[in-house]
Design a protein around this ligand. Sequence first.
Ligand SMILES: *Cc1c(COP(=O)(O)O)cnc(C)c1O
Length: 506
Amino acid sequence: MSNLDPVTGTFSGNRGLQIEEPLIFEQGQEGRTGVDLPAPPKGADRLGGMARKGAVGLPGLSEPQVVRHYTRLSQKNYAIDSGLYPLGSCTMKHNPRLNEKMVRLPGLADLHPLQPLSTVQGALALIDQVAHWLKTLTGMPAVAMSPGAGAHGELCGIMAIRAALEHRGETRKRILVPESAHGTNPATAAACGYEVDAIPANAKGRVDLEAFRAKLGPDVAGIMITNPNTCGLFEPDIVEIAEAIHGVGGYFYCDGANFNAIVGRVRPGDLGIDCMHINLHKTFSTPHGGGGPGAGPVVLSEALAPFAPLPYVVHGKDGFDLVEHDEKGRAFGRLKGFHGQMGMFVRALAYMMSHGSDGLRQVAEDAVLNANYILASLKDVMSPAFDGTCMHEALFDDAFLKDTDVTTLDFAKALIDEGYHPMTMYFPLVVHGALLVEPTETESKDSLDLFVTVMRGLAARAKAGEAQHFHDAPKLTPRRRLDETAAARSPVLRWKPTVETKQAAE
Ligand SMILES: *Cc1c(COP(=O)(O)O)cnc(C)c1O
């Protein structure tokens, strides 16, 4: 059968109800349309001769074609709504539908950032409420609400530190960053013009205190530490680190991406931090989405608060007011056009209020419990990177794959065939062939048990010499294993036209 698709073995290229989906541009045909538009009115050229003269090449499709196209694409997307998403450091927890219901209330959904202040008092009160809870939960006196994600929050924090140093008349050169840090930490420090000085991790996966002390000096602007860190471990020397960095006049940036593990249990302000971003999409269950629109508010100490970006909400004489200008000229500027992502604030507040303080504490407890359940259920067949219990994520190295001819990457690909998004791999860099699993608190015991069964099965398969199974994976996905190097070096961004679309084009 020469017309069988070589990969799927079907005539259509479809696999069961997984339907092969060409690009929309290859499906389009001239003259086809889903809507009837009236001819444009004849009138004077108001574009100074710049008006379009020819077709722009938009694909022509009927309405059912468009509906099918996007529905099929949506079905190819693995999401937290489709299954367990063990991606470590990303906190892929369930997004409660109550949040979505609240954010669609017309009074909130139809807001416009340019409305007069008197008509948006409720919205400002809502921003103020979220700010209040973020300050209370972190034990910090101030918060900048506008940053659009965790990484944007880091930029905000380091710019505030730089502004504070400049205000003191100092330019400092170095920012200390542990080797286990998320890539956004050194990237932020470098983007702000600082030299990144890496602190090694000790054998227990924590900051090496001796090495840290040896790096201190008057040219150190600050330190960026994630706590719990990206090895899923709490940094026990955090108070000493804070005192030492303050001792040399530097600031303490805490990466709060893993706040999910300690919310309601630890107030980072009590540990001596100066600023910390909070990923509302991680701890407070707002959707992760292709880099945005998100929210990464940054809590600030008394020392850094005056340098926070504009605008911010304040309690005025007759209700809420916005500070749009800083008379003293200390605010470092703006990070966004308006106040940040209103929709995320609504969702985060719905989450906070529906959980209450006891519920938020339980979030942290259950997140840690679930991760330890995974760790305990897998430690005899996989190789935990560190001894003892973990915080919110379980970290394994690739020692259990030794002599199997299966790599961490192969293992992750086989997990895809089992219907799971792979865990985070090869990160943190301090652990060889790392596999970092963060189940979050929203997975049930049944769901964790199935995941454990699959992981144990794959580990047994690797040890039984079935390397080929892993090298061939994934076999059941719309696309097979990519040549990742070639895909990065010479990406092919166009679908090969089928005979049909070619004929249609001719
Ligand atoms: C997710 C994460 C970030 C970056 O946050 P984004 O919201 O994705 O920009 C920074 N640090 C750590 C430890 C993270 O897990």
